[in-house]
Design a protein around this ligand. Structure first.
Ligand SMILES: [Zn+2]
Length: 72
């Protein structure tokens, strides 16, 4: 697994639990995926869902035609 850069960790929002991150991801305009950060050991969200395991709600959203393109 790729390590998270400290600069990225610092500017990202942190969530205490995977659930918290998922709730926020579920409200976002575009597909987000929570991941565990190996710097702060909390959770961040990433918009890079390509080639990764995608949560079910994201797949459903994609199927319903919302949020096809992920901003980089
Ligand atoms: Zn972090």
């Amino acid at each position: 697994m790729k390590r998270t850069r400290l600069s990225i960790c610092r500017k990202k929002k942190r969530y205490n639990t995977h659930e918290d991150a998922l709730i926020v991801a579920g409200r976002a305009e575009y597909p987000l995926r929570p991941y565990r950060c190996d710097r702060c050991f909390q959770f961040h969200l990433t918009s890079r869902t390509k080639g990764k395991r995608t949560p079910q709600f994201v797949l459903e959203r994609l199927r319903s035609g919302k949020g096809g393109q992920t901003p980089s």
